[in-house]
Each structure stands twice: as structure tokens, then as C-alpha cells.
Design a protein around this ligand. Structure first.
Ligand code: FAD
Ligand code: NAD
Length: 474
């Protein structure tokens, strides 16, 4: 016997795209069902943003204490090394995740959204069958929001299992490997590689590109490269992983360099982080008659697919694969279904890489702005202010890691086109930078706004003033 449900909106996937869409739809009075096969919160909350940031925080604390045990700093020392209880660390991280996932369930409940746990499959665009623990549920919605997210990309010659792990396993280690090799020096590889290094593992990064974090420009990645070097992380660039071999009783990662010369690296674990791919298989997407854009579901500026009343949001629709983009699209689609006029047209989507030190970028980079300026007939000005000249940075040991804020603007109108930066705690400033871009701020608006002293944020008006040649402290 199956249970049949009708609803106005069916959301597939309980990640930051899906659960936000469902909550907003519920708030707007739309009869809404959300289907999630695993835990509410999706990749971000359970296996992504939140657990990784919890481990970044905890491993930083551990490394700081280790440093104090080695050398007195700020007049503070420790008489013994700190102890790491790995199971305790993983439990703490899990408790943060569970608190947030439980919070999502409560919010859905308050918005009167019905949550169905199970794997959704579609026989056509408006017929969804979910296998739940209590039997089969058939759902007939008026609107479907696809928020199925993404999964880790597996390399055919390095299949996940045993010693080869994805970020999901790396976020819940049962033991720390002596030697960790990370294949892929992008967002996840560098964030988690640093966590493992801070916890005391020997870490090597194997990156196919000429440099790590190739999405960000060299000025931004240089302080990170410096941190990796001074903390003993080996970085191999322009090399490609090719597989695992057992040599002399030891597991080795086999890789080739740019000349195709072969090399081997001893590895107790190999963490493969070479990107993520949209979750488009195993649930009948092919029966929904939606057009694709390469591997992603194709959408227009309202997140509508080619099939009437089927919408798609988040990682399944492509780059940037970031939680806040997914949520923004989810909130918008719920409002469109409720009759509001909305399009997805942000001036910029911020990016933060929680590495050491943190990197942020929003809007046009210096080189992109030069190209845009050439096309549209304007010059650009760039102002860069170092954290080494910022009192708050120095007073919280954040002034000596090469950090800075860079503001890219039009030379004629002084309109801010982009802000990038690197440095400890800089992630917390990106909201202001993004707001400046969304509001169409000019350099005069930035330095005309009084920034509290002493804060890291004071580097923003200084960088803006520097663009016009008159920074006060630099
Ligand atoms: P997801 O969060 O992937 O959720 C999709 C959900 O749909 C999943 O829970 C899945 O179980 C469910 N699902 C799929 N198909 C079905 C089906 N047929 N039936 C039922 N359920 C289904 N982004 C950031 O912005 N900041 C970060 O700091 C950050 N850190 C990250 C760290 C790591 C290690 C990883 C892996 C990712 C990180 N991301 C980060 C990326 C972020 O997690 C994703 O961009 C975000 O989760 C995408 O949200 P989504 O709602 O599109 O999909
Ligand atoms: P990524 O695209 O950031 O990096 C993958 C890296 O792997 C690239 O630098 C690529 O050159 C390299 N690579 C590919 N094949 C290789 C091979 N055979 N050998 C060696 N190197 C190889 O992907 P990711 O780190 O897996 O992260 C996936 C996505 O998750 C990101 O793009 C981002 O959207 C999201 N994410 C965001 C955050 C954040 O916002 N802080 C954190 C983690 C993940």
C-alpha cells in the first residue's frame, strides 16, 4: 500500500538550497513537502562547510597550544604538550552539526513544511515516489524544486575505499594518518590539508595546476603558500596523480610530473579533492524532460528549468558551488512560486577560502576588471592596504602573515568593482565588501563611512583612500 500526498511545492534535497526554499515557501503559506534521504542540512551542514570549519577552528587551537608548549609567546607558556583526544574532537564536531541539523528540522516544522525521509525518484516531472521506512509515499506536486546538490568526484584510477578517502571520511577520522597525501590543491584540499597538518600529520599536496588554489590570483595565494612552506606542508604543483601502488610492503601514490616522469609518494591515506559533480543520477532526472547545461541542470535567471513548474537551485545548477548561492536561489524561487517578481541577479557572489591565512574575493579581480574596463572604455584604480599597518591586526597576532585588503574600482566614477583580500579573520569582513558592491558604493562612500577603531575593517577605508593616493596609515 502506498500513501499518496498532494502539495503545492515539493523540494528535493534538504541542503542549504532545499531547506531554505522549503522554509520560505512554508512562511509564504504554500503547502510544502521536503524530501531528504540523509540528514537535514545536506552536504554543507553534515559533510561540508560546518564540520570543516569546526575542525579548522579546533586544529588551530591545538596548534596554538602546541606552539606555547614549545616557546613562550606574549609571556604565556605551557609546561606540557596539549593532549589530543581525536574521538573527543570528532564528537564535538558532530555535536555542532547535530545542533544545526536539529535546528533546521525545527524551522521546517515552524514553517509547517512536511519533511519526508527517503530517496525521491521521478517517473515524470510531477510524479515523485519516495521509499521511506514506513512504506512508499507517492507525491503529486504542482511545483518541484530540485536541490539535489553534488557529490565528490571520484578519480577512476583512485576509487574511494580503504586508503583513498573523500572529504566526508576526512571530516570524521578514526585515527590520524602519519602521512597524508592530498590530491587536488583547491578549496577542500588546502582547507583540510591544513587541518591535518595542524593536528600533526605529515601532509603533501599534489596539484595538477601550476599553483594551488588556481581560482584566486597569485597575490592572494602567496601568503598561503608561505604558511604551507613554513609549516612543513609539501606542495607539488604541475603534477598529476595516477593511482595507488604497493611498493616494498608500503602503499604509495603514483604520480607524473609535467615531463611525464614517474614518481611515488608514501601515503597512509590519500584524500582526493578534485572537485564535486552534480547529483544527477539515480533518481529519474532523465524522466523529467529538463534541458541540461553540460553536467548541470539548465536554468534561466529565475532558476526555472525547461519543464514548466520545475525549478533547480544550488550545486546541481553549476558554479559557484557555494552554500550561500544555493540559499539565495532557494529563497528567491519560493517567492516566485508565491507570485512575487524576482530574478537571480546578484552584483556579486562572495567567496571565502578558510585556509591559513583566509582568502576572500567578491566582484571583479584586478585582471578581470582590466579586461572589463578595456571592453567598456574605462580605466581602473587599485588600492591595497596591508594588515601589518592595522592596529587591531597587530594586537591579535594577525599582522605578520602577509595579509591585505585590495579594492578595485573604476578610475572615472570611483565605483567599487571588486574587493579581494587575505589575512587572519578576513572572512568576517566579506559581508561589508559584498554590501558595498550591491549598493553600488564609490570609494568616497567607503572612506566616508566611519569604521570603528581598532578593527580589521579599518583596512577597507584605508585601501579605498589608497586607491586615490591618500591612505592615512600607509
Ligand atoms: P547539498 O548541500 O549537497 O544538499 C543536497 C541534498 O539532497 C543532500 O543532503 C542529498 O542527500 C539530497 N538528495 C539528493 N538527491 C536526493 C534524492 N533523489 N532524494 C532525496 N534526497 C536527495 N560552501 C560554502 O559556501 N562555504 C564553505 O565553507 C564550504 N565548505 C565546504 C566544505 C566541504 C568539505 C564540502 C564538501 C563542501 C563545502 N562547501 C562550502 C560547498 C557546499 O557544501 C555546497 O555548495 C552546498 O552544500 C550546496 O547546497 P545544495 O543545497 O545545492 O546541495
Ligand atoms: P576545487 O575545484 O576547489 O579544487 C580541485 C583541485 O584539484 C583543482 O585545483 C584542480 O586543478 C585539482 N586537480 C584536478 N584533478 C587533479 C589530479 N588528477 N591530480 C591533482 N590535482 C588535480 O574542488 P574541491 O576542493 O573538491 O571543492 C569542490 C567545491 O566545493 C569547490 O569548488 C567549492 O565550490 C566548494 N567548497 C567551498 C569551500 C568554501 O567556500 N570555503 C570549501 C570547500 C569546498
Amino acid at each position: 500500500m502506498s500513501n499518496t500526498l498532494n502539495c503545492k511545492v515539493l523540494v528535493v534535497g534538504g541542503g542549504p538550497g532545499g531547506y531554505v526554499a522549503a522554509i520560505r515557501a512554508g512562511q509564504l503559506g504554500l503547502d510544502t513537502i521536503i524530501v531528504e534521504s540523509a540528514e537535514l542540512g545536506g552536504t554543507c551542514l553534515n559533510h561540508g562547510c560546518i564540520p570543516s570549519k569546526a575542525l579548522i577552528h579546533a586544529s588551530t587551537k591545538y596548534q596554538d597550544l602546541m606552539k606555547l608548549a614549545e616557546n613562550e609567546m606574549m609571556g604565556i607558556s605551557l609546561s606540557a604538550d596539549p593532549k589530543l583526544n581525536l574521538a573527543g574532537l570528532v564528537d564535538w564536531k558532530d555535536s555542532v552539526v547535530q545542533q544545526l541539523s536539529g535546528g533546521v528540522a525545527t524551522l521546517l516544522d515552524h514553517a509547517k513544511v512536511r519533511a519526508v525521509k527517503g530517496w525521491a525518484t521521478f517517473s515524470n516531472a510531477k510524479t515523485c515516489v519516495v521509499e521511506t521506512d514506513d512504506g512508499v509515499v507517492v507525491i503529486h506536486p504542482e511545483h518541484v524544486i530540485l536541490a539535489n546538490g553534488s557529490v565528490a568526484t571520484e578519480l577512476p584510477f583512485l576509487p574511494f575505499g580503504n586508503k583513498v578517502i573523500s572529504s566526508t571520511e576526512a571530516l570524521s577520522p578514526g585515527a590520524l594518518p602519519d602521512k597524508l597525501v592530498v590530491v587536488g590543491g583547491g578549496y577542500i584540499g588546502i582547507e583540510l590539508g591544513i587541518v591535518y597538518r595542524k593536528l600533526g600529520c605529515d601532509v603533501t599536496i599534489v596539484e595538477a595546476d601550476k599553483r594551488i588554489l588556481p581560482l584566486f590570483d597569485k597575490q592572494l595565494t602567496r601568503p598561503v603558500e608561505r604558511w604551507l612552506k613554513s609549516n612543513g606542508v609539501k606542495v607539488l604543483t604541475s603534477v598529476k596523480a595516477k593511482g595507488m601502488l604497493a611498493e616494498g610492503g608500503k602503499d604509495q601514490l603514483f604520480y607524473v610530473d609535467s615531463k611525464e616522469d614517474q614518481h611515488w609518494l608514501e601515503a597512509d591515506k590519500v584524500l582526493v579533492t578534485v572537485g564535486r559533480k552534480p547529483c544527477t543520477e539515480g533518481w529519474g532526472l532523465e524522466n523529467m524532460a529538463v534541458d541540461m547545461d553540460g553536467p548541470f541542470v539548465q536554468i534561466d535567471d529565475q532558476c526555472a528549468t525547461s519543464m514548466k513548474n520545475v525549478w533547480a537551485i544550488g550545486d546541481i545548477v553549476g558554479e559557484p558551488m557555494l552554500a550561500h548561492k544555493a540559499s539565495a536561489q532557494g529563497e528567491m524561487v519560493a517567492e516566485i512560486i508565491a507570485g512575487k517578481k524576482r530574478t537571480f541577479d546578484p552584483v556579486a557572489i562572495p567567496a571565502v577560502c578558510f585556509v591559513e591565512p583566509e582568502i576572500i574575493s567578491v566582484g571583479l579581480s584586478e585582471s578581470d576588471a582590466k579586461v572589463r574596463g578595456k571592453e567598456q572604455g574605462y580605466d581602473i584604480v587599485v588600492g591595497k592596504f596591508p594588515f601589518a599597518a592595522n592596529g587591531r591586526a597587530l594586537s591579535m597576532q594577525a599582522g605578520d602573515d602577509g595579509g591585505f585588503i585590495r579594492v578595485v574600482s573604476r578610475a572615472d566614477t570611483h565605483q567599487v568593482l571588486g574587493v579581494q583580500g587575505v589575512g587572519a579573520h578576513i572572512s568576517e569582513l566579506i559581508g561589508e565588501f559584498t554590501l558595498a558592491l550591491e549598493m553600488g558604493a564609490r570609494l568616497e562612500d567607503i572612506f566616508g563611512t566611519i569604521h570603528a577603531h581598532p578593527t580589521l575593517g579599518e583596512a577597507f577605508p584605508e585601501a579605498a583612500m589608497k586607491s586615490l593616493g591618500h591612505a592615512i596609515h600607509g
